[in-house]
Design a protein around this ligand. Structure first.
Ligand code: FEO
Ligand code: CA
Ligand code: CA
Ligand code: CA
Length: 622
């Protein structure tokens, strides 16, 4: 890194840290905030229109589509529309499939900031000029470089939000970026590999889905569907252990052929490598030289989100979902208290906070009550006889530990959001078409529908309004779907609620408005029984009144995911992921060319971030 860039960061670091205080996603519930007029906008209809639709009086702007230079000085290769960029180019450009995202303000008025976002997965047909009929080592590298995280600097001016290029903050973290592993599992036998016998370092993060923000101003990226990138010869599948099957790391079932060109992805040769994925990774967005850290104390799963809040006594609480059918909801409570603030001293004091604490899994009982069950080696059957040699194995195989203590198997927990005033916790349960199938768990109190095609939103309030409590009261905020369809089981919190399906992204703004984003699979959009729901969408809910209004609909085939409202509540950043995913003819032609082309086939569709504002500059969602 050039010296002048380093010096700039050091000089600007304290100012950045101070304003980050206004923007942290984690705060103890505060007594009240001005409510004002809510949901005053005109809702948009469900739609199969191949484009972005927002309410009258709002406008959207395109920021940072796949392939855009991230803004690292001297390394800003232009996007090649024919996918001709090299793996090295891709390492300094926007990745694919934008997902979880946060805005960190860089100045007190919030007109300058860092936008940090995940790149969840790759569409190999779009990523490579000639697709992937023939994999090469270069394609594997390009694919790994197209996932991970982007840090970009943006500024609000007369032309709206613009990316600052170059920026001393600009950074890509991707599937080959060196990172550290810390916490109770670091260095233990299951984490050791030939390339890293110490078990404390790994190359890369990928499959980055939802996210979290710590009170000290760092970004948490979550490794979700990591399993699909590990593979090997089919014959090796017969040796798969119970744990490997539960986590889906079984040779022959891979999505991509990385293992043929990068041997660390070959399960038959390096069975411990996948143990180094499926974690929450902490990234300091203000320092592009800081090494990202995988925090093993938070447990290994198909990590969807890592939503932070602070307990009454000042300890950190992190809520997490494991997005697979019949998997669990977790929370982590740190042993030490959070040192308040985001300055250098606070950051240093909180450096090890995510390495030491207790992991719990949720059990939702009948009668609207629930308990947090601790996952601690030596207790409740989590011992050698139960298959756990030590706490490291409890964390690496958290799913198996959750089975033993009796967690509730959920309908695919995705994002979790904490109400900024009440501290109530909301989680999206996106769907579970196998609920009630032969040999699978049937409906229960918290997951009441068999063949749950539409999902819903469940919420709970910790006893004593304390996030560190081990018991809580829960209910359903919404059971999604089309209430007009007989047998849909849909139920909304009021008569003034627009319908939706497969809720996934979830974000509370500072005013307590809940932004809901949907992820119906591209294959089912517009088809029965999903027809009336249209393309994927974003809605705004007022939990106080139960009203829910549709705010945005997206292009064909896309999912809407990743959402953050700026601290002044005047801009909403949203990601459009995988436009065109549903393919009309066989598996080759995307059904959208958004945002570059007018019609399918005219351009490669690209995931991208939108900045949405009111034309009058007012507060979004009111
Ligand atoms: Fe990446 Fe569970 O959505
Ligand atoms: Ca998701
Ligand atoms: Ca998706
Ligand atoms: Ca999803």
């Amino acid at each position: 890194m050039p010296l002048d860039r380093r010096r700039f960061l050091i000089q600007s670091g304290s100012a950045a840290a101070v304003v980050a205080l206004f923007d942290q996603g984690c705060a103890a519930p505060s007594p009240s905030a001005p409510h004002g007029d809510v949901l005053g906008f005109t809702g948009v209809p469900a739609s199969l229109h191949d484009g972005v639709v927002v309410p009258p009086g709002y406008e959207w702007q395109l920021l940072y589509p796949w392939g855009t230079p991230t803004g690292i000085a001297g390394q800003m290769p232009a996007f090649a529309p024919d996918a001709g960029n090299s793996a090295n180019d891709q390492a300094v450009q926007a990745g694919m499939h934008h997902d979880g995202m946060h805005f960190f303000a860089l100045d007190a008025n919030g007109d300058r900031g860092l936008l940090v976002m995940n790149h969840e997965y790759t569409d190999e047909q779009l990523l490579h000029t000639d697709g992937v009929k023939a994999w090469t080592a270069e394609k594997v590298r390009k694919s790994l470089h197209a996932m991970g995280v982007s840090v970009i600097e943006i500024r609000l001016g007369t032309q709206g939000w613009q990316q600052v290029q170059p920026s001393p903050f600009a950074r890509r973290v991707h599937g080959n970026t060196p990172m550290r592993i810390t916490g109770p599992a670091a260095g233990t036998p299951l984490m050791r590999t030939a390339a890293n016998p110490a078990g404390d370092a790994v190359f890369g993060t990928f499959a980055n889905c939802a996210m979290g923000v710590t009170p000290w101003g760092t970004y948490l990226t979550c490794e979700e569907n990591f399993h699909g990138y590990f593979g090997g010869p089919k014959e090796a599948a017969q040796d798969a252990t119970v744990a490997q099957r539960r986590y889906g790391t079984v040779a022959g079932s891979q999505w991509v052929e990385y293992w043929r060109h990068d041997e660390r992805f070959d399960l038959s040769r390096h069975p411990n490598e996948p143990h180094r994925f499926g974690w929450v990774v902490e990234i300091d967005p203000f320092d592009p030289t800081a090494t990202p850290i995988k925090r093993t104390a938070l447990g290994r799963k198909r990590q969807e989100s890592a939503t932070c809040t602070v307990a009454r006594d000042g300890r950190l609480v992190v809520y997490m979902g494991d997005d697979s059918r019949f998997e669990y909801i977790y929370k982590f409570i740190s042993r030490e208290k959070v040192r308040p603030g985001t300055d250098a001293a606070a950051r240093a004091a909180n450096r090890h906070l995510l390495d030491d604490g207790t992991l719990y899994v949720a059990r939702y009982d009948t009668g609207g009550r629930g308990r947090w069950l601790e996952l601690v080696h030596g207790r409740d059957g989590l011992n050698a006889a139960g298959g756990f040699a030590d706490q490291a194995e409890v964390l690496i195989h958290a799913r198996l530990a959750g089975d033993i203590v009796g967690g509730t198997k959920m309908d695919r927990p995705e994002w979790i959001a904490v109400h900024p005033q009440s501290g109530e916790v909301y989680v999206t349960l996106t769907n579970n078409s196998q609920r009630g199938d032969a040999g699978k768990p049937g409906p229960d109190a918290a997951n009441p529908r068999a063949n749950n095609l539409f999902g819903g939103i469940l919420r709970w309030r910790e006893d004593g309004s304390d996030a560190a409590s081990t018991s809580f009261a829960w209910d359903h905020f919404a059971l999604a779907g089309d209430p007009a369809q007989s047998g849909s089981g849909a139920r909304y919190p009021s008569n003034e609620a627009d319908m939706f399906g497969a809720p996934d992204g979830l974000h509370f703004d500072k005013g307590g408005l809940l932004w809901i984003q949907t992820d119906l699979s591209g294959q089912v959009l517009g088809k029965p029984p999903y027809t009336s729901l249209g393309n994927n969408q974003m809605l705004c809910a007022d939990p106080a009144s139960g009203r829910i209004k549709r705010f945005l609909t997206g292009p064909n085939g896309c999912e809407i995911t990743g959402c953050v409202v700026t601290p002044d509540r005047r801009t909403l950043f949203v990601n459009i992921q995988h436009p065109g995913e549903a393919r009309d003819d066989g598996d080759t032609k995307p059904n959208s060319a958004w945002p570059d082309g007018p019609a399918p086939g005219s351009a490669r569709p690209r995931s991208a971030t939108l900045a949405i504002r009111r034309r009058d500059g007012g507060i979004v969602g009111t």
